[in-house]
Design a protein around this ligand. Sequence first.
Ligand code: SF4
Ligand code: SF4
Length: 186
Amino acid sequence: MNQESATQITDLGRSLDGVASAMRLCLACGFCCDGTLHLHTALLPDETPTAVALGLAVTTADGRAVFRQPCTQFRDGRCAIYDRRPQVCRHYACALLKKLLAGEVSLEQSLQIAGIARKQLAVFRTRVPAAASFMEWLKAIEASADAEAADPGLAQAVTHDTTLSDHTVALIVYLTKYFGENDAGA
Ligand code: SF4
Ligand code: SF4
């Protein structure tokens, strides 16, 4: 084996390690599928018919074809249509995943970061069981500015529960810091 081949095999090994680590992190996370980071996910223009056939909740936002989150195909912490998922899902990487793949954080560190977010989300879930997702909750907060448009229960929680408001803000800061995503207005 020459040095070039050995280098290629080493690079391939690193690449396979990276894929395995990415899969472990994403299986422990799922925030880009469950409505924690996004309200919608954009589709390519020609993907709409396929996305509808796959059972995704296709709609439009700002004139673009999107499917709603939480994704209807996110089941038991996994993508139920993994081999047929839209292009955007194939190419998406949040800030944490990018850092993991670049070797800037270890798998253990990234799992710990996702785990802390998951615990914070669990607290939020117990406090706001009516919200379909964290992003839906943020949308309700925005809508609470227009009391008639907001769900009365959610609006009341936002208005009167400062602890919940503080927790929500802390979670936004944490998700933005580590996952680099927050598109409440999407
Ligand atoms: S949010 Fe990032 S780490 Fe989590 S599942 Fe999506 S890409 Fe993976
Ligand atoms: S299609 Fe699969 S990968 Fe894409 S958002 Fe839905 S569950 Fe996640």
